[in-house]
Design a protein around this ligand. Structure first.
Ligand code: SIN
Ligand code: CO
Length: 382
């Protein structure tokens, strides 16, 4: 992908221009972002996905008298209202994990870091259907896939939500702009931009290419847990003596008149232990890579075959593979990598594939590791 060439997907902006002018700043409406686009995931496939236990889905309906209703999935076909009934919508999350064409569509957005791309959600709406005016905490690209949808958007300051509803609906939505999107049109919205999308006519399908951005506290809890668990394994190792060892010792402790008081030396030991657990080179980076590549819940892989000589590699669509300066991460695991193997692994992560000629250059160790990944179904040979 040429980051400095105009792209129809971004309305004639290059990825570099888009990132500078719009990313996290202001919306962008793109007419015919994907010219002649026809929805690659048919309605019937979407309904089948919504009925599955391992797929996250929601059914939202609105009624002038009864107001909003929400049903969490799985949503069996018989639970869906008739297609001719107005004002209902079915939302199916993570379609890219289950459908190769949906996964392929996400690849067009890889001018963004993989660590930021989350998933492809598909909504199906009957005439008048939508989820009400709201805001999301993440950036989103809303691609119209079939039928028409009217989007009203606004830079809303007042983010108060209506009380007592099963979903987040803004209490005082003040739209500033309105557009009707046709198949192939796309709307980019930065985080917290208020929006309301209403199906105009039936059979309205919208694809949301969603971003993920970890909240500081949640990320800290996850990383600290991972680091603590890795440290547990180390604590089983034989101990070294003295304060630099792993257990507190207090030779020289004077008798105490105030027994409830925590010794200052113990406080210092605790501070040192926590700092040491975090201070090792790359500890946090390593935990971050493992966390970012952790497969989503409900994702499992089917066993596969080790590659034969002369075969190339392709990542399974569910595989998450990232790297940093020292490590390669795949599906929650981390590996130290350097030299030519690191170059090849990074290429595999960036291209999500390696040609047979490229893979032939890998060391015996790297080939053995890749064989394990292939057997686990994370990578496919071919
Ligand atoms: C929808 O597709 O109906 C909702 C998407 C969104 O507003 O984020
Ligand atoms: Co939204």
């Amino acid at each position: 992908m040429d980051l400095h060439s105009p792209m129809p997907l971004l309305g004639g902006l290059s990825p570099a221009q888009f990132m500078r002018r719009h990313w996290q700043k202001k919306p962008l409406l793109v007419r015919q972002a994907l010219p002649g686009f026809t929805a690659p995931v048919p309605r019937s496939t979407l309904f089948e996905l919504a009925a599955r236990e391992d797929v996250e889905s929601r059914l939202i309906a609105h009624d002038a008298k009864k107001g909003w209703s929400l049903r969490q999935g799985p949503v069996p076909r018989r639970a869906l209202p008739p297609l001719t009934r107005r004002e209902w919508t079915l939302l199916v999350q993570g379609v890219d994990l289950h459908d190769e064409a949906a996964h392929g569509l996400m690849q067009a957005f890889r001018f963004l870091p993989d660590a930021r791309l989350d998933d492809l959600m598909i909504s199906y709406a009957s005439d008048g259907g939508g989820v009400g005016p709201h805001f999301d905490s993440y950036d989103v690209f809303l691609l119209q896939a079939s039928g028409r949808r009217e989007w009203r958007i606004g830079r809303q300051k007042d983010l108060t939500l209506r009380e007592g509803l099963p979903l987040k609906v803004l209490a005082h939505f003040e739209p500033e702009q309105t557009w009707v999107l046709e198949p192939g049109d796309m709307l980019y919205l930065p985080p917290r931009y208020a929006h309301d999308g209403i199906a105009v006519g039936g059979d309205c399908m919208t694809y949301s290419i969603g971003l993920r951005s970890p909240a500081a506290h949640e990320l800290a809890v996850d990383l600290l847990t991972r680091i603590a668990e890795a440290g547990d394994e180390e604590d089983d190792a034989p101990q070294t003596a003295g304060m630099s060892g792993r257990r507190y010792g207090d030779a020289g402790q004077a008798p105490v008149a105030a027994p409830a008081r925590i010794p200052e030396t113990l406080q210092a030991f605790a501070r040192g232990a926590v700092r040491a657990a975090l201070a090792q080179d790359g500890t946090i980076d390593c935990a971050l890579g493992e966390s970012l590549t952790e497969p989503k819940v409900h994702v499992w892989f089917d066993d596969g075959e080790a590659p034969q000589p002369g075969q190339g590699l392709r990542l399974d669509r569910r595989t998450r593979m990232l790297y940093d300066a020292r490590h390669v991460f795949i599906n929650g695991e981390s590996y130290r990598a350097a030299g030519r193997d690191a170059t090849l692994m990074r290429r595999l992560a960036d291209q999500r594939a390696l040609s047979a000629a490229e893979f032939a250059r890998a060391s015996a160790d790297a080939r053995a590791l890749v064989a394990e990944w292939c057997e686990a179904g994370w990578v496919h040979a071919g």
